[in-house]
Design a binder for this molecule. Sequence first.
Ligand SMILES: *Cc1c(COP(=O)(O)O)cnc(C)c1O
Length: 427
Amino acid sequence: MEKKLKPSTLCVRGGWKPKNGEPVQPPIVQCTTFKYDNTEEMAMLFDLKKEGYFYTRLQNPTSDSVAAKIAALEGGVGGMLTSSGQAANFYAIFNICQAGDHFVTSNEIYGGTYNLFGVTMKKLGIECTFVNQDASEEEIQKAFRPNTKALFGETISNPGCRVLDIEKFARIAHRNGVPLIIDNTFATPINCRPFEWGCDIVTHSTTKYMDGHATQVGGCVVDSGNFDWDAHADKFLGLTTPDESYHGLTYTKAFGKGAYMTKLVAQLMRDLGSTPSPHNAFMLNIGLETLHLRMQRHCENAQKVAEFLHADPHVAWIRYCGLKDDADYELGQKYLPNGSCGVLAFGLKGDRDTAIKFMDSLRLVNIATHVADARSCVLHPASHTHRQLSDEQLREAGIAPDLIRFSVGIEDADDIIDDLKQALTQI
Ligand SMILES: *Cc1c(COP(=O)(O)O)cnc(C)c1O
């Protein structure tokens, strides 16, 4: 039913369905635990034989209503909120990978994800291979091994602003019998719904546009329900063989299309517990109510700012897929026909200090380790978010040392451009 409604309507009305006399907003169920009349009923919940709430670490009605809204926006079978985008990406992979497994990822990904995949998950015995997403299918194929369990990419990469060829990645993943997982944070389901292009699982840092007001950190995982785990049963034993922590229940047998999501909640969230607070979920929902309006304005403003920077003689290069001569213009037209996002990347003629002088001269635009919210802000990844990466790793991750990430907000575009103009004259 929900899936037939347009994304704008789902932003406002998805998820929470008040009954007669109930509040129009999902109530903040700020509670850790839920009461039952008898032991038998609660035992059924613990055995996953009945649906219901018993402890907020696993599930909470406020959070679930918001996850349902995001799942409806993406067109998935279910969603789960996490306490951060980092947790969302970790859970999405860890749900199908264990020690001894391997996955393949584009190297055009967020710095935090790069560290998680390349350093921390390696310590858990899960290896990954970074590939250049522009490489041919044959070239990317070489990264796959018999123990490869997933392929990963970002719809629009942070901070490089590259557009992923989702259909190409889906073809490669499926040829190898593994799901394609996409971090859709920057595009949001307003501008791209990766499931429509063959992606299987979507993740979000809801901290960004979904929240939109820089008020809470959060994440979400959504499953399309389309990947056939049983067809590759020997690869995904965690889903296709009995879980000893649930009395030998097998997720694919017991839950069908809901197998991946059920394992995510009932096993990973139970054991790792990166759950958001119900209050944060409530705030996230308020952000979601205007996501469609804000994305439109972010894109309009970013297009104007991109055209201004493109024409300015101080600017050495710029990446924004809305510019006709951008290398990803065609991919943008295909996957993001209504606009991409408010984030663009550029470099100034000069050296590292030129970038710093420019940023320090900005008056309206904030210097902030953030991106994708109502206020325009700017960041120099080489000296901020990605400072733990060596120059070589920076280049491998597609980040030039002079790259400035500019997140165009929803202020008046003229005021943003005026600020840029005055800062550019200072350098
Ligand atoms: C910010 C971000 C993350 C991490 O999300 P947090 O909410 O900060 O943990 C992951 N992926 C992308 C694309 C991001 O922009």
